[in-house]
Design a protein around this ligand. Structure first.
Ligand code: STX
Length: 330
């Protein structure tokens, strides 16, 4: 492991990410046609945790290692089917929410972990709830951010009419790959391009799809974020996988499957914290609010001057703080 700070650094009273964390082990989980990359960071004898990245299709970056105090946590970070360092890149075959839920449990068993803290933001929050509701006995605590329940109104907000009004200049770019007469259902029109064999058009559309999300994920303009979302290899898997999950409505039985009181009953006993940016344009706070109404046992922490990204200063602080609080249970 490289050098790291003993304590999360307080910068202007905000915790910031641990730096220079290298995995002490890594490998692949092989299931069906997929090779799923995973790595373990921190203290092999620390509190087990798993990081669920967003998208779906976003992959886990090296930066996210820094949420977990390397002396206190043994964190497993993996790239979900078809993205990041997993192979085959961009594969949609055997790639559903329930496949990913199984992968998480397989990974836990492979690593001889009995229970772990589940940490997920955005699509990672969706997947965290799907996993916890399927395997409640596997989960010790939940830390969720930027709540996304994959309901029609959330998808419409982001891909049809809503966020478009707040970022009209970025929206214009998102519309460009779609002819005017096909703009009545943008998610479907993008889907048609993604399943076509026009590789050039597909790549162009994937970049536009991905860039849209990168342009609106932070409260203030972050050009480096837009550049990284527009990188072609990242964009292709991200766009194809997100679109595949969204046109299939997340493979949920009904759109309230994850948020309903009945489902929450299965996980109510698990200590949980929800961190939500007030000005999250990707996953508006209404969803976190609705979730917390059905789940008053979970602590809702509002970051008052933040957008969607886990790297917003307040959000990073609250996430690190939430993790630290859960180590005090031991
Ligand atoms: N997708 C939201 C989401 O889960 C609608 C997400 N947005 N950006 C990301 O994830 C990454 C940071 C993983 C790229």
């Amino acid at each position: 492991m490289g050098s790291y700070r003993k304590h999360a650094l307080l910068m202007n009273n905000f915790f910031s990410l641990y730096e220079n964390i290298e995995p002490y082990s890594s490998g692949y989980l092989e299931i069906a046609n997929h090779k799923i990359y995973y790595e373990e960071c921190g203290n092999p004898h620390g509190k087990p945790a798993v990081f669920l990245h967003g998208g779906p299709g976003g992959g886990g970056s090296t930066k996210v290692r820094g949420f977990f105090d390397p002396e206190l946590f043994r964190v497993v970070i993996f790239d979900q089917r078809g993205c990041g360092r997993s192979e085959p890149h961009g594969s949609l075959e055997n790639n559903t929410t329930w496949d990913l839920v199984k992968d998480i449990e397989e990974l836990k068993n492979k690593l001889n972990i009995e229970k772990w803290l589940v940490f997920g933001g955005s699509w990672g929050s969706t997947l965290s709830l799907a996993y916890a509701q399927t395997y409640p006995d596997s989960v010790s605590e939940l830390v969720l951010r930027g709540i996304f329940m994959l309901r029609k109104k959330e998808l419409d907000w982001f891909y049809q009419d809503g966020a478009s009004r707040i970022f009209p200049e970025a929206w214009e770019e998102f519309l460009k790959p779609i002819d005017e007469e096909n703009r009545g259902n943008l998610m479907d029109s993008y889907y048609k391009i993604f399943i076509s064999d026009n590789e050039k058009k597909k790549m162009e559309a994937a970049i536009a799809w991905s860039k849209w999300e990168g342009s609106v994920s932070t409260l203030s303009y972050k050009p480096e974020m837009i550049t990284s979302y527009s990188e072609s290899k990242f964009a292709l898997a991200f766009a194809l996988i997100e679109n595949h999950y969204f046109v299939n409505k997340g493979f949920l039985e009904d759109e309230n499957q994850l948020i309903s009181s009945n489902s929450i009953d299965k996980i109510r006993h698990i200590p949980a914290k929800i961190v939500q940016g007030r000005y999250d344009i990707v996953c508006p706070m209404e969803t976190a609010w609705e979730l917390s109404k059905n789940w008053p046992e979970a602590e809702l922490i509002i970051a008052p001057s933040s957008g969607h990204s886990a790297f917003e200063k307040e959000i990073t602080h609250e996430l690190i703080n939430a993790l630290q609080e859960f180590t005090k249970n031991e």
